[in-house]
Design a protein around this ligand. Structure first.
Ligand code: PEP
Length: 251
């Protein structure tokens, strides 16, 4: 059976004091459960703090971005090897804020995905459509284009060490959530795209839903057959909410 995963995306939030309180609460309250993974993806400067605070807990940690290059004259960039050296496990690639605000192309996202894997990190690949694209009926085409860019560049075998997150852009930070059946529809489509290339890997890859997941809607989303957990933004900054969402994934 494929694993479940709940990953928090703190985005550009946090402070030493606030992180310490949040991490201590998560460490105290989240128990190791077979088949369920938890992770927090923090801003770069706090990764060392996160690693130290979570030592000995079942909660892994990750970054929110990585360079597509391994080393060199790339001012301001952080390589996968640097992250790995500190014990980083996950990295989010292709988040819609990176695509939309920083102009990351499908090809660049694919290059970042591969750089993460070269360094031994597990990429969480985000795909998803804008409201305009959904209203035009282009959801499947957009998701297929984003996913195919990675599958074509990295090969389907790369899915053995990756998670995919379906994040409709219109649901991120807006309080609007995809209904469980909307999420299931796209998740099923994503799994079928992977299955066209490799059925076993498609059955095994975890597909997370992200977009205004809260304690009040997590259970019904995670109950869908192809929803294997969540990528959680705002609610991952509130210990009670993140714990409740993790518990919903575990039940
Ligand atoms: C996200 O940042 O990936 C996200 C899903 O945010 P939110 O849960 O706040 O919508």
């Amino acid at each position: 059976m494929r694993g479940r995963l709940v990953a928090g995306n703190w985005k550009m939030h946090g402070s030493l004091a606030a992180n310490q309180a949040l991490l201590a609460a998560l460490k105290a309250r989240l128990q190791a459960i077979e088949g369920v993974g938890y992770a927090v993806c923090a801003p770069f400067p706090y990764l060392n703090q996160v690693a130290a605070a979570l030592e000995g807990s079942p909660i892994a940690w990750g970054a929110q971005n990585v360079s597509e290059h391994d080393v060199g004259a790339y001012t301001g960039e952080v390589s996968g090897a640097m992250l790995r050296e500190f014990g980083c496990r996950y990295v989010i690639v292709g988040h819609s804020e990176r695509r939309g605000l920083y102009g990351e192309s499908d090809q660049q996202v694919a290059a970042k995905f591969m750089a993460a894997q070269r360094a031994g990190l597990t990429p969480i690949l985000c795909v998803g459509e804008t409201l305009e694209q959904r209203e035009r009926g282009d959801t499947d085409a957009v998701v297929e284009r984003q996913l195919d860019a990675v599958l074509n560049a990295a090969g389907v075998a790369a899915m053995a060490n990756a998670a995919i997150a379906y994040e409709p852009v219109w649901a991120i930070g807006t309080g609007k959530t995809a209904t469980p059946s909307q999420a299931q529809g796209v998740h099923e489509f994503v799994r079928a795209l992977v299955a066209k290339r490799d059925k076993e890997l498609a059955a095994a890859v975890s597909i997370l839903y992200g977009g205004s997941v809260k304690p009040g809607n997590a259970k019904e989303l995670f109950a869908m057959a192809d929803v294997d957990g969540g990528l959680i933004g705002g609610a991952s900054l509130v210990a009670d909410d993140f714990v409740a969402i993790c518990e919903a994934a575990a039940n």
